[in-house]
Design a protein around this ligand. Structure first.
Ligand SMILES: Cc1ncc(COP(=O)(O)O)c(C=O)c1O
Length: 421
C-alpha cells in the first residue's frame, strides 16, 4: 500500500475546533436491544441527529472553512448521492460561499429537498446522469471549467479530518460514563469516516479495535485492501445509497490499511431487518447506510461479552417510500417470505385445493399474479407466501410436492427472476 495520507490526530483536533458551534455533539445512547443481543454494553452514536441528519457536515465544513478568500470567491462544487450535498449546502450557507451540487437522478426526492432547503440562495442543485459516477464526472468538469473548488465526499485529507471528529466525541462520551471503549464500529462508503476515526484513534486511543462495515453488494474497501490499491467493483448494488461506492478512496484506503482497521460486510437483507428493529423497537429512523454498523453486530462482528461497544448510526435521511422494499427484503432474509411459480390446471376448484391442501394454518398468500406468456396466453402464477415462522418451510415444501402441481421455487435475489417481482 502506498504511503498513508497525512491526516494526524492533531488535524482531527483542529477540525473539532472549527466545527465547534457548527456540528452538534450528538448523543451517545445505550441500546438495550443490541446489548441483550451481544452481551456487551452497546451504545449508538446518533449522528442522524446532526442538523443535516448525518455526520457529513463535519468533513464538508472543515474543508470549506479552510479555503482562502480567492477560493471562496470562486465558489465550491461537489457531487453527492444526497448526504454529502446536505453537508456542503449547510456549510456554504453558514460561510457565505456559493455552491453547485451535482446529484444523479437516483437521489431520493427527500434528500434533494433537504439540500435546497439547507443551502438557501447560496446553492444551486444540478440533477444529472443516472449514477453517482455520472454526477462526479459532471462536478469534476465544472470545477475544471470554472475554477470552483471541488469538495470531495471522502478522498481529501480535510474531509477525512472533519469526519474523524466523531471519534473525539465518542472517546469523551464513553469516558464520561466511566468506561473505556473496546470496539468502535462505523459504516464505510468511500471510507472517509473510518479513515478519520482511525487516524485519530491510532495516536490517541491505540487500544481501540476499529471495524468498518460495508454493504455486501458494494464492498469496495475490502476489495481495495485485498488488492493493495483501490479497484472498481464490477457489480455494484445501489440499495445502500449512502455507501454504494464503486471505487474506494486512495487516501482513505491507505489510512485504513496503515491504521489496521478491520472491514467486514453485511447482507442487504440482514441490514433491512436491523433498520426495522431500529424503527419498531428503538424508535429511530435510520437510512440504510446509517444502520450498517449495528446490523453487523451478532453477524460478522461479535464483541466480547461485557465489553464496551459504540456503533456509529451515521444518518437518518430515509425516504418513507423505501420502507416497503426494506420490509420485503427483511422478510426474505428472515426466511419468512418465499416465492414459487405454480402451474394451475385450467379446471374449476384448482385454486381452492391449493389453499386447502398446501397452505399451513399460519401461512398467508402475499402475492398472486399470473405471468403473461404472450398477449393471449397466461403462464404459471407467481405466488408469494408469507410463513408464520421460518421453521414452517419444510412442511410447505412437502405439501407443495405432494400437491401434484408443477412448482418452481423462485429466488428473489436471482437477477433472472427480478423482473417478476
Ligand atoms: C449516512 C451515511 N453513512 C455512511 C456513509 C459512508 O461514507 P464514507 O465515505 O465516509 O465512508 C455515507 C456516505 O455518504 C452516508 O451518507
Amino acid at each position: 500500500m502506498s504511503s498513508p495520507a497525512p491526516v494526524t490526530a492533531a488535524d482531527v483536533e483542529r477540525a473539532a475546533v472549527r466545527l465547534d458551534g457548527v456540528a452538534v455533539r450528538t448523543p451517545l445512547q445505550r441500546n438495550a436491544r443490541l446489548s441483550a443481543l451481544t452481551g456487551a454494553e452497546v451504545y449508538l452514536k446518533r449522528e442522524d441527529l446532526q442538523p443535516v441528519r448525518s455526520y457529513k457536515l463535519r468533513g464538508a465544513y472543515n474543508l470549506i472553512a479552510q479555503l482562502d478568500a480567492r477560493e471562496r470567491a470562486l465558489g465550491v462544487v461537489c457531487a453527492s448521492a444526497g448526504n454529502h450535498g446536505q453537508g456542503v449546502a449547510l456549510a456554504c450557507q453558514l460561510l457565505g460561499v456559493r455552491g453547485r451540487i451535482f446529484v444523479p437522478r437516483t437521489t431520493p426526492r427527500q434528500k434533494r429537498d433537504r439540500m435546497t432547503a439547507l443551502g438557501g440562495t447560496a446553492l444551486e442543485l444540478v440533477v444529472t446522469g443516472d449514477s453517482y459516477d455520472d454526477a462526479a464526472a459532471a462536478a469534476l468538469a465544472e470545477a475544471a471549467a470554472s475554477g470552483a473548488v471541488l469538495v470531495p465526499a471522502f478522498d481529501d485529507a480535510r474531509t477525512i479530518a472533519g469526519q474523524g471528529t466523531v471519534a473525539i466525541e465518542v472517546a469523551e462520551q464513553v469516558e464520561e460514563l466511566g468506561r473505556s471503549l473496546d470496539l468502535l464500529v462505523a459504516p464505510v462508503g468511500g471510507g472517509g469516516l473510518l479513515a478519520g476515526t482511525a487516524a485519530w484513534a491510532r495516536e490517541r486511543r491505540p487500544g481501540w479495535r476499529l471495524v468498518g462495515v460495508e454493504p455486501r453488494g458494494a464492498a469496495s474497501m475490502a476489495a481495495a485492501l485485498a488488492a493493495g490499491r483501490p479497484v472498481p467493483l464490477e457489480h455494484l448494488d445501489g440499495f445502500v445509497d449512502g455507501a454504494a461506492v464503486r471505487t474506494s478512496g486512495l487516501l482513505t484506503t491507505a489510512l485504513v490499511a496503515a491504521c489496521g482497521a478491520g472491514v467486514t460486510a453485511v447482507d442487504e437483507g440482514r441490514l433491512c431487518t436491523e433498520l426495522l428493529a431500529l424503527y419498531q423497537t428503538d424508535g429511530v429512523i435510520a437510512e440504510p447506510a446509517g444502520g450498517l454498523a449495528s446490523a453487523a453486530l451478532g453477524d460478522g462482528v461479535r464483541p466480547e461479552p461485557g465489553s464496551t461497544v459504540v456503533c456509529v448510526l451515521s444518518g437518518g435521511n430515509n425516504d418513507v417510500s423505501r420502507y416497503a422494499e426494506i420490509l420485503e427484503r427483511s422478510l426474505v432474509h428472515e426466511g419468512l417470505k418465499h416465492y414459487f411459480l405454480v402451474e394451475f390446471p385450467q379446471e374449476p376448484g384448482a385454486l381452492r385445493r391449493f389453499l386447502d391442501d398446501v397452505l399451513g394454518p399460519d401461512d398467508d398468500i402475499a402475492l398472486f399474479e399470473y405471468v403473461k406468456r404472450s398477449t393471449r396466453e397466461t403462464g404459471p402464477a407467481l405466488v408469494g407466501i408469507e410463513l408464520g415462522a421460518a421453521a414452517d418451510l419444510p412442511g410447505l415444501l412437502e405439501r407443495l410436492s405432494a400437491s401434484g402441481l408443477t412448482v418452481q421455487r423462485v429466488d428473489p435475489d436471482d437477477p433472472a427472476f427480478r423482473f417478476l417481482l
